[in-house]
Design a protein around this ligand. Structure first.
Ligand SMILES: [Cu+2]
Length: 339
């Protein structure tokens, strides 16, 4: 990682310098539809799974060092920026932007035009193992098994991921792991969601959503999903975050006049959790060097407060944009709706 860092920083400087997408100034005509996985027909489920397998088998094409597939590239941008996108003001907008990048890749690289599914985790409380997202047929496979907790069945049992936490590449790859915990999953229960919706400020709702339903989905599924850096390697990540994005959107929609422009919080996080409450330890983004060149580039005027001008970056998978451009789901950049 230390050898790679100067190269990666150089790459970032180049890519962050690109102009913003013209989409940010355009209009949103046809909104992508996001639907609960439970409501998708069998053939819709199959085509989404096939499109995901397509991302996992299509060669990388964004000049990301070490990436073999588009899936690796998606995971890379999350690993790379982990310290700047969690426990910070940009947590919710960056992950909304990341969902847009994922949707664009599904469409442009794999021709997928169906609904974008989300996992309504509140509906599966105390029913984790039997949730519709799990299962070997037209779903995401089930729990992990064996010493490495590799997914034992379903379409992703043979998937190999390549990037490690320090962005070195494991060329033979490693499996997607899961380790279900019904107990940790209860953070997504209705009373917690109600508490988040009652928040009076962006910082309050961001803290609440990140700490409760967000953590619940990651730790409830466990394995790869419980790794702060590597979690997008499990395709369930995108269904989990599309649900979390809905929760933020519901909060925004209660008072759109103020909440569609309300952002706050630090650009750099305070303390990071280093040990999950189930005892699994993951390398913390906080251990990675924070580079002043990057934080200056956020465009918030050099301070540590996240603003609507804060830049969002995805290594060229999607054009750079700003927090302001993703605040509205119906804006030109995101252009999506929950149905
Ligand atoms: Cu994340």
């Amino acid at each position: 990682m230390h050898n790679l860092l100067p190269i990666l920083l150089g790459l970032l400087t180049v890519v962050w310098g690109l102009p913003l997408s013209p989409k940010s100034e355009g209009t949103c005509s046809t909104r992508t539809q996001r639907k609960p996985w439970q409501n998708l027909s069998n053939s819709e489920r199959r085509s989404y799974i096939n499109a995901t397998l397509c991302l996992m088998s299509t060669p990388a094409k964004h000049d990301i060092p070490g990436a073999k597939t588009l899936w690796d590239e998606l995971q890379y941008i999350h690993i790379y920026q982990s310290a700047y996108i969690h426990f910070v003001g940009a947590f919710l907008p960056w992950h909304r932007y990341y969902l847009a990048a994922h949707t664009a890749l599904l469409r442009d690289a794999c021709g997928y035009r169906g609904p974008i599914p989300y996992w309504s985790e509140v509906s599966d409380q105390l029913n984790l193992k039997k949730a519709a997202v799990f299962g070997p047929e037209s779903a995401f496979g089930g729990d992990g098994a064996g010493p490495d907790r590799c997914i034992a069945d379903g379409p992703f049992a043979a998937t190999r991921l390549h990037f490690k936490e320090d962005l070195t590449v494991e060329s033979s790859g490693y499996c997607i792991a899961r380790n279900f915990s019904e107990c940790l999953f209860t953070g997504a229960a209705q009373p917690n969601l109600d508490a988040c919706q009652a928040a009076r400020s962006y910082e309050e709702v961001r803290n609440c959503l990140e700490a409760k339903p967000h953590i619940a989905g990651h730790w409830g599924v466990g394995g790869t999903m419980s790794n702060t850096l590597l979690s997008p390697g499990d395709p369930l990540f995108f269904l989990h975050h599309a649900w979390l994005d809905l929760l933020w959107w519901q909060w925004q929609s209660r008072e759109p006049a103020t909440r569609l422009v309300q952002i706050a919080g630090p650009n750099l996080p305070g303390a990071f959790p280093s040990t999950a409450s189930n005892g699994s330890t993951t390398p913390t983004p906080g251990n990675r060097p924070l580079n002043r060149g990057l934080t200056d580039y956020f465009g918030d005027g050099g301070g540590n407060i996240t603003t609507l001008s804060h830049r969002l970056w995805s290594a060229g998978i999607l054009a750079n944009t700003t927090v302001g451009d993703v605040m509205d789901l119906g804006g030109a950049f995101v252009c999506t709706e929950y149905v």
